[in-house]
Ligand binder design. Structure first.
Ligand SMILES: *Cc1c(COP(=O)(O)O)cnc(C)c1O
Length: 466
């Protein structure tokens, strides 16, 4: 039978893969010496619409290379801003395989083999987090969509046999966060239709971690005034400061007050694979739901998040829907129908992105790489303290610091650092003050990158070359 016109011949596939292999190898070979940020102007040719006739693959690859170079080098070892991850080559290969076979993994019985691979990774993660054997979850686009699903599950559980939420009840729901909780929680509350005042900001202690007594007090006050405390978010690695909330105390509180305990480990979750990280995240095993972003602390490509839940039936209750056109689908009891657990029906098959590198490199390689990041962060902290203030004890690998001088000096320092194109950092505010921030997280960041960054920071602080 004839091939689709859109399927290349074996010879064409070989030619494309050979060229793509060169592209990938050249990119990875060039990374150690690549500038930390590139040209940011975008020439008109990159806005050109597709042509009516065929193009040349080599010419198109050159366009891709050009477009990709106009960026902050988020894949390189000199990237310390926000949350570096790097991206794993094995995941990129997994993606090629997954997208070539293009299976429909929204329901278990359409592609049970691949759904089983995805489920095996989720079960392994549940075990690493100390969740009970019935726990489960799904892979999502990131922590934002995972958080939305956790919130919907919490609301459904609180509704119980009442069925649908009535406005009077919904309008009195309350969610507890701190000023350092990621904004995806407020966004999820808005999307879920919770009222404007639903998200309550609980005070932190002197170290910017949620104050459990203040949280308990807020919950009790709300309940006494007729509100319905629903969910509390403990953050395991805050975006701004990297700090971890006192999870065991928050777990006690949510148990006593019958709240859903959500742990946002979007950044910190990967460190659960290390002995030090497990100590820091102690209490996470008591969560009702956990988000983690493999595109942060498991070094994966952007667009890979995880939601784990203690009781998957709660997710199912919040998301399952049926329709006449789905009537032919069997429901395999051993395999999940991911469509019933999250917001997507048709979904990317993200499972192989995790499965392949974990099996190929072995889990030990991930534990070792994460341990190295913890060591490098400790090394960076020691060096920074020689000439800068480190306002918060780092729990994981985010360091905040201020060099002598006020906000303006620190803002200029960051601008100068990034303008050198040898490092890339970002900033936040701590206690209302402008604070540069350095996050060690890329698998490609080694001691020499950290030392070079610290050398530049010190040079900037001491010579003020702006
Ligand atoms: C990054 C981050 C998020 C949001 O995750 P996305 O994957 O970007 O949606 C949520 N919480 C924390 C703590 C984060 O660091």
């Amino acid at each position: 039978m004839a091939r689709s016109e859109l399927d290349p011949s074996r010879a064409d596939i070989t030619a494309m893969m050979t060229a793509a292999t060169s592209f990938v190898s050249d990119f990875l070979d060039g990374l150690p010496d690549a500038p930390a940020s590139g040209e940011t102007t975008v020439p008109a040719r990159l806005h050109a619409p597709p042509t009516e006739g065929p193009g040349s693959f080599d010419a198109l690859l050159a366009t891709v290379a050009d477009a990709a170079s106009r960026a902050v080098e988020t894949a390189g070892g000199d990237y310390f801003a926000y949350f570096p991850a790097g991206g794993l080559f094995a995941s990129a290969v997994a993606e090629l395989l997954a997208q070539t076979v293009n299976r429909f993994t929204a329901v278990g019985d359409m592609a049970p083999g691949l759904v089983a691979l995805e489920q095996s990774v989720l079960r392994w993660l549940c075990a690493e987090f100390g969740l009970p054997s019935g726990a489960g979850g799904l892979l999502t686009s990131g922590a934002s969509t995972a958080t939305l699903s956790a919130l919907l599950a919490a609301r459904q559980r609180a509704l119980g046999p009442r069925g649908d939420a009535d406005t009077a009840w919904s309008d009195r729901l309350r969610v507890y966060v701190t000023e350092h909780t990621h904004h995806c929680v407020a966004k999820a509350a808005r999307i879920a239709g919770l009222p404007a005042g639903a998200v309550r900001t609980v005070p932190t202690n002197g170290e910017h971690r949620m104050d459990p007594d203040a949280a308990r007090e807020a919950v009790r006050r709300d309940r006494a005034s007729g509100h319905h405390p629903l969910l509390l978010v403990g953050t395991a690695g805050a975006t701004s400061t990297g700090t971890v909330d006192p999870l065991p105390d928050l777990a006690d509180l949510t148990r006593d007050e019958n709240l859903w305990f959500h742990v946002d480990a979007a950044y910190g979750g990967g460190f659960q694979l290390t002995a030090r990280g497990r100590r820091t995240l102690r209490g996470v095993e008591r969560a009702d739901s956990i988000t983690l972003d493999p595109h942060k602390s498991l070094f994966l490509q952007y667009g890979t998040g995880v939601l784990l839940v203690r009781n998957p039936a709660t997710l199912h209750a919040a998301h399952a829907a049926d329709a006449d056109y789905l009537q032919d689908l069997d429901h395999d009891d051993d395999l999940p129908d991911f469509a019933d657990l999250g917001v997507e029906l048709t979904r990317e098959f993200r499972g192989l992105r995790l499965w392949l590198p974990l099996h190929l490199h072995g889990v030990g390689a991930f534990r070792a790489a994460l341990d190295e990041k913890l060591d490098l962060a400790a090394r960076a902290e020691r060096h920074l303290r020689e000439f800068a203030e480190v306002p918060l004890r780092p729990d994981l690998t985010v360091l905040t610091f201020r060099v002598p001088g006020g906000d303006e000096t620190n803002r200029r320092l960051l601008e100068w650092l990034n303008a050198t194109r040898r490092v890339f950092l970002s900033s936040t505010r701590v206690d209302g003050r402008y604070t540069p921030r350095l996050c060690v997280l890329s698998h490609r960041t080694r001691a020499e990158h950290v030392d070079r960054a610290l050398g530049l920071i010190r040079e900037g602080a001491e010579t003020r070359p702006w």
